[in-house]
Ligand binder design. Structure first.
Ligand code: GRF
Length: 219
């Protein structure tokens, strides 16, 4: 029997994407378990949501670690120790070490509130403000694999929303967030089903589980 996909969710603030993952698991739309919620911000809403759901939490701050290098090393150790299959950056405002990125190659996701590669970098409301200032007519969210280049890893899924004439960064962010809450759990479910294939910069969602195809090919 294969085990359920074990997730670590990394979040620094509000945690609405974490909540969308938890709700999708509760409703049976997502077959996975959140083994760890890790934050770099003490007393954030994401940690409250995790505790309320009875999930193991861990907060690793720069200050308590005695500097950035130690903080990143402690985060790495916590993720490895949690024995997770997939790491999900869901509103995490820290760039992980290259060692961690390499360790979880093709097993670490990020969600960004723009249609990448446009308006990469920065946390809300910066990408939304940049999109408005640029005058684009559609925006949205992107779920991608994490590589050493910021917000530039292979794209797994995108969802679009219209940009309206009277939008503010906040109103646009709210419209994008609705799509984020659907897109991120959907992508995680593809991983759970073993359907994600990565070829260079391109990704493909195969109709049948990859592991099933391999088993069939083997005999
Ligand atoms: C989201 O807009 C996400 O795309 C970005 O940070 C925000 C996190 O929101 N990376 P929340 O903490 O999940 O509510």
């Amino acid at each position: 029997m294969t085990r359920r996909l074990r997730l670590a969710v990394l979040a620094s603030g509000r945690g609405s994407n974490l909540q969308a993952i938890l709700d999708s698991i509760d409703s049976g739309r997502l077959d996975a378990e959140v083994a760890l919620v890790l934050s770099n911000t003490p007393r954030c809403l994401a940690l409250d949501r995790a505790s309320q759901a009875g999930i193991t939490t861990c907060c690793i701050t720069n200050k308590a670690s005695g500097g950035r290098a130690n903080q990143l090393a402690r985060i790495h150790d916590a993720l490895v120790k949690a024995d997770v299959d997939l790491v999900v950056n869901a509103g995490f405002n820290l760039i992980l070490s290259s060692v961690t990125v390499e360790h979880f190659q093709n097993r670490m996701l990020n969600i960004h509130p723009s249609l990448l590669p446009a308006f990469a970098g920065g946390m809300a409301p910066k990408p939304q403000r940049d999109a408005l200032e640029h005058g684009v007519k559609v925006s949205g969210c992107t779920v991608h694999l994490v590589t050493d280049e910021l917000d530039a890893g292979p794209i797994l899924a995108q969802a679009t929303v219209p940009v309206l004439d009277d939008d503010t960064p906040d109103s646009l962010a709210g419209r994008i967030l609705v799509e984020e809450h659907k897109t991120l759990p959907n992508v995680i479910q593809w991983f759970s089903e073993g359907r994600v294939r990565v070829e260079g910069r391109r990704t493909f969602i195969v109709p049948e589980p990859v592991r099933q195809q391999i088993a069939e090919a083997a005999g």
